[in-house]
Design a protein around this ligand. Structure first.
Ligand code: 5GP
Ligand code: SF4
Ligand code: MG
Length: 456
């Protein structure tokens, strides 16, 4: 998911619209904005894309100098309007809206306990437990209520809270999901990625620290570190695939990192004798360029991506996902005919896309197809906010690289090593990133899909 917040700007909801537009790659199922005019919170949430939902008349009904927004794709809870965010409620302390990127691993237990105690939930989303804990908190201030609520949850959260007169931003102590702070004249801006700041011409100040809480109200901005520090677990997959390449993420350029992943991949898994390197667009492009640079094999464009199809994997239905590949990519015969081709992609999840791509390249005349992947085998599901399927569906969890190569019909298949991945992101000790989907080492615990399903 993607989150955006701004306070101190007369056009807060218009800017949230722009910011969410820049973050659309982080979620395409639903979008929402909640704005505060100092007295009332007004909200609009809908299924679909930001540009379709937020027409001028809709935005006019969201007046005020502060707003938060959210783009969602489902990692916890099904794809339905009731799960769209920001969630907003009215409780004894006033009006409150919350936008969450990440996933709480202990939400099912917490929800069960709250329900046993009489709580009524409006959504399936893991985020709602936070609202219940805030509403029940006896702490004197809103910030203290937030801290108390968050001390009960485990997992990944980059959060924005909006009340009538405060904007609060929190990042979990592992720092799984990104969150950056910026400034636009007198306004403060918070966003999942710097690309949203760039779009609205806000100045990038810094990333929120893992475990940091920032409160912005009429007294200005103040910051604290209310949680016990832990080792860092920044999501390495944000660099591999999820974030937009023009963003600066965890202090480094996503584009540069992806190119370096490709260079490292070329060193580890060369493809001697190949005629050209192509990318699976868009996500494979920077790594393919890096592969070409390090190997000296020329880069060319052998696959064209339709601009009218979104990220296929975000479609939750298998039938749509299946159909999506051909709609999305087409092969350039003139580039591929008679060639030994290296094709670079960022990851293999189920293997179905890769298989279709290899077949498409061969049908277009490629004589050899050498598939290179700029991350290690994805063998473990993510419980921290990226929508990977269950373990059984991850092809690398129960197949060797040779078996996968055979399934996708590639002449050779090579993955980047975990060490190489760490090196490329500048984490040689491999202790500041989460790598659980590649390594199986879950830092913040995990919730079984069965338990997660019961809570939904
Ligand atoms: P596959 O061959 O596994 O069907 O699809 C691989 C493609 O899915 C790659 O191009 C990759 O960009 C994309 N992808 C990347 N991350 C994810 C993810 O988290 N979930 C899914 N389902 N697909 C992803
Ligand atoms: Fe990111 Fe993978 Fe960790 Fe999930 S498991 S937070 S996708 S690195
Ligand atoms: Mg891709």
């Amino acid at each position: 998911c993607g989150i955006f917040g701004i306070t101190g700007h007369p056009e807060a909801s218009n800017l949230a619209y722009l910011g969410l537009h820049a973050l659309q790659h982080r979620g395409q199922e639903s979008a929402g904005i909640v704005a505060s005019d100092g007295e009332h919170l007004r909200s609009h949430r809908s299924m679909g894309l930001v540009a379709d939902i937020f027409t001028a008349p809709v935005l006019e009904k969201l007046p005020g100098e502060a707003s938060i927004g959210h783009v969602r794709y489902s990692t916890a809870g099904v794809s339905q309007l009731k799960n769209a965010q920001p969630l907003s409620v009215e409780y004894a302390g006033g009006q409150l809206a919350i936008a969450h990127n990440g996933n709480l691993v202990n939400a099912p237990e917490l929800r069960k306990a709250l329900e046993a105690d009489g709580a009524i939930f409006q959504s399936d989303s893991d985020t709602e437990v936070i609202i219940h804990f805030i509403a029940r908190s006896k702490q004197p201030t809103f910030e203290n209520k937030v801290v108390e609520a968050l001390s009960k949850v485990k997992g990944a959260y980059s959060l924005l809270f909006l009340t009538q007169n405060q904007l609060v931003a929190v990042r979990d102590p592992y720092g799984f999901r990104p969150l950056v702070l910026g400034r636009l004249r007198n306004a403060y801006v918070l966003a999942s990625e710097t690309t949203a700041l760039d779009l609205i011409e806000a100045e990038y100040i810094r990333e929120l620290e893992p475990g940091e809480m920032v409160v912005i109200d009429e007294k200005g901005l103040r910051t604290s570190q209310p949680f016990a520090p832990t080792r860092l677990g920044r999501c390495i997959f944000e660099h591999v695939y999820f974030a937009k390449p023009d963003s600066v993420l965890f202090g480094t350029s996503v584009y540069e990192t992806r190119k370096e992943l490709g260079r490292q991949l070329a060193r580890e898994q060369p493809a001697p004798g190949a005629d050209l390197v192509i990318a699976v667009p868009d996500s494979g492009v920077p790594a393919a360029i890096g592969f070409s640079q390090a190997s000296g094999i020329p880069y060319d464009v052998g696959l064209i991506r339709s601009h009218y199809v979104g990220r296929t994997f975000i479609e939750p239905q298998q039938s749509i996902r299946h159909f999506g590949v051909k709609l999305k990519l087409s092969a350039v015969r003139q580039v591929l005919k008679g060639k030994r081709v290296v094709v670079v992609d960022d990851s293999i999840v189920r293997g179905t896309t890769s298989r279709k791509i290899v077949k498409m390249l061969k049908a277009a005349g490629a004589v050899e197809v050498h598939l290179r992947i700029s991350s290690p085998p994805t063998s473990w599901p993510c419980y921290y906010g990226i929508d990977t399927p269950s373990r059984q569906e991850l092809i690398a969890s129960n197949h060797t690289t040779e078996e996968i190569a055979r399934y996708v019909t590639a002449d050779t298949l090579g993955y980047l090593s975990l060490e190489g991945l760490g090196k490329a992101v500048g984490d040689t000790e491999r202790n500041t990133f989460c790598t659980a989907c590649f390594s199986g080492k879950y830092l913040a615990g995990q919730v079984s899909p069965e338990v997660a399903a019961q809570s939904a």
